[in-house]
Design a protein. Structure first.
Length: 144
């Protein structure tokens, strides 16, 4: 139950109300993408295009929330396992990435590229680890 509560907390951080900035319309990857004002604590985004475009739009429009989520996830994983964030980034790269299908690799890379375009220094290994944090601990950590 505690894990569920922690997962819910992280999810709420991702979707927490925040002042949304308008994406740059000069970047063609942002065509037809939209972020709407928060409603009842939920941020609504419209993402459209190829997997890499959808990822870029996601990362660009939600960069501050993604950055906050990464900090929370890293803290929770460290508290639960005693391992640093680098341990989980390495697992994402060496254990998970080889099993990720090409379409999802493109989307994950797009999220990292979009967040980077907004000044958030997260790469594809951070994004992959974040998307698998509940599998990395406890399952992977106990196996390791």
């Amino acid at each position: 139950m505690r894990r569920f509560a922690l997962g819910a907390m992280v999810s709420l951080l991702v979707f927490a109300a925040a002042l949304g900035s308008r994406p740059s319309r000069t970047d063609p990857r942002m065509n037809r993408a939209a972020r709407h004002a928060a409603q009842n604590g939920w941020i609504f985004v419209h993402l459209e295009g190829s997997p890499s475009m959808i990822g870029f739009q996601h990362g660009f429009m939600l960069a501050p929330e993604i950055q906050d989520s990464q900090r929370v996830i890293a803290m929770l994983l460290h508290r639960d396992t005693g391992k640093s964030w680098d341990f989980f980034r390495d697992a994402a790269k060496s254990v998970l990435w080889p099993r990720v299908e090409a379409e999802y690799r493109q989307e994950l890379q797009g999220i990292a590229d979009g967040a980077t375009a907004r000044g958030v220094a997260l790469d594809v290994w951070d994004i992959t680890a974040m998307n698998a944090w509940m599998e990395l601990s406890p399952y992977y950590f106990h196996w390791w």
